[in-house]
Design a protein around this ligand. Structure first.
Ligand SMILES: NC(=O)c1ccc[n+]([C@@H]2O[C@H](COP(=O)([O-])OP(=O)(O)OC[C@H]3O[C@@H](n4cnc5c(N)ncnc54)[C@H](OP(=O)(O)O)[C@@H]3O)[C@@H](O)[C@H]2O)c1
Length: 434
């Protein structure tokens, strides 16, 4: 049987998970593929570190170049994270004609185009299933399973930390800060947590999915991103009373006019009857709508040692088969096919809205606010002024009909100027999945 020699750069959560998974299922994979995968070298930062998965000392080095440039190594897995050394690792390997498997969404988001061009130039390949939604095979599904579809919409709950926090806020009626602090203690959120809770990690992933679905590489700067910091226990409670659950939702939606696509990440009210509303805890889900297949749902663990290792193994298998059959370009990492596509500015995107205001408890306030919405041509579908809120100011909740984000934000800015309105209005978009 042929053998592929694998060099792994990084022996942390994912790297050690891949090493462990290959020990457990390497023989099974070899019998399925007709080609064996042998870990030949592993680069880490600290040789003395105690690792949950024991990697033989003889395989370890602190010099990633030693691994990449080892003539015995013919496949490289970049599993260190970050965008500087990781970029060098990938480029150096590709230049040597060695295929690379990466789990690094930040790297692809920042340098994807450059790295894909390098893979093409040097006649090799770059695989990245583990970069989005951990164990869910969404990259392979978009590229292969749905190759005959136009993807009209894609919705993703792709950040486990945010989903864990929002789920606990809903179940416990707890505030964001308290749940975040506990999540950090329990290891479900990083310190600092910004990359996750400000939506950037989800945006990296949604940008990759949008690029694959629409055939033009999405510039991460064009993605409208909002995190979950401003979501309060009150928002979750009132959304619940209206029949909705709040999730951090990545969205890729073809707009009706021209080649524009909405690519965004923001907290969203999801109807409780929709399947995505019941994706809880650290789980991820991706909901895809294709013009031929209709709706399809993927659910699973979006991170963690084993789930991510599973995705890396899938890429290693593809790479090993490509090496075995010499089919380097059977499936290039990214094929531009809708070069005229563009990301729509958020101001042009049409949504429905949940708005929560804090207003002085005086007669006439509601009428003034309704007038501003009316002048902006934004219809109100319902208003709630909950009982039992004593004090000078009380919450006032509006559900608004479809309007562009530009119009909704302008109206809210005018409403915020009313002396009766206290503090910053909260606006959360509502998705109906129509
Ligand atoms: N963790 C997840 O659940 C998950 C899920 C999906 C994707 N990913 C992606 O997978 C990648 C790795 O994440 P991770 O969670 O495994 O990170 P991690 O636990 O921090 O591990 C990073 C590993 O890289 C090594 N390393 C760092 N700099 C190095 C250098 N210059 N030379 C050699 N080795 C170096 C570290 O060595 P030491 O061990 O000696 O410090 C460590 O073993 C990231 O791109 C991440 O976004 C992670």
């Amino acid at each position: 049987m042929q053998q592929v020699n694998l060099g792994i750069i990084g022996g942390g959560t994912v790297g050690s998970g891949v090493f462990d998974a290959l020990q457990r299922n390497g023989a099974l994979m070899a019998s399925r593929l007709g080609v064996g995968l042998q870990v030949t070298r592993v680069a880490v930062r600290d040789l003395k570190k105690n690792r949950a998965v024991k990697i033989p000392r003889a395989l370890l080095t602190t010099d990633w170049r030693e691994v990449v440039c080892d003539p015995e190594v013919n496949l490289v897995a970049e599993l260190i994270g970050g965008t500087t050394i990781a970029r060098e690792v990938v480029l150096t390997s590709l230049k040597l004609g060695k295929p690379v498997v990466t789990a690094n969404k930040a790297l692809l988001s920042a340098h994807g185009e450059e790295l894909f061009a390098a893979a093409k130039k040097f006649g090799t390949n770059l695989y990245y299933e583990a970069s989005v939604a951990g164990g869910i095979p969404i990259i392979k599904s978009l590229r292969e399973g749905f190759v005959g579809n136009r993807i009209t919409a894609l919705y993703g709950i792709v950040n486990g930390t945010c989903n864990y926090i929002l789920t606990r806020m809903k179940l416990e009626g707890a505030d964001f800060a308290a749940v975040l602090a506990d999540a950090q203690k329990l290891g479900y959120a990083e310190t600092p947590p910004d990359l996750d809770i400000d939506g950037h990690d989800a945006a990296h992933k949604i940008g990759i999915l949008a690029s694959l679905a629409h055939g033009f590489w999405v510039n991460p700067k064009k993605i409208h991103v909002e995190g979950i910091r401003y979501i309060s226990a009150l928002d979750i409670k009132f959304a619940g009373e209206l029949g909705y659950t709040i999730k951090l939702l990545g969205m890729v939606k073809k707009l009706e006019s021209g080649c524009r696509v909405q690519v965004s990440v923001y907290p969203t009210l999801i109807p409780n009857a929709h399947v995505l509303a019941s994706v809880n805890g650290v789980f991820n889900a991706v909901f895809v709508r294709g013009d031929i297949v209709g709706d399809a749902l993927f659910y699973g663990r979006g991170a963690g040692k084993d789930a991510t290792a599973s995705a890396v193994l899938s890429d290693l298998a593809d790479a090993a088969l490509d090496l075995k059959f010499g089919t380097k370009h059977r499936l290039p990492p990214f094929v531009p096919h809708e070069c005229s596509g563009a990301v729509a500015p958020i101001a042009e995107v049409v949504s429905q809205y949940f708005v929560r205001l804090n207003v002085a408890d005086k007669p006439g306030v509601l009428a003034k606010i309704a007038t501003i919405f009316g002048e902006a041509n934004i219809g109100i579908s319902s208003v709630i002024q909950p009982e039992g809120h004593a004090g000078e100011s009380v919450p006032l909740i509006f559900m608004l009909h479809y309007a562009t984000n530009g119009a909704a934000l302008k109206a809210l800015a005018n409403i915020a100027k009313l002396p009766a309105v206290k503090g910053k209005p909260v606006m959360i978009r509502v998705e109906s999945f129509e």
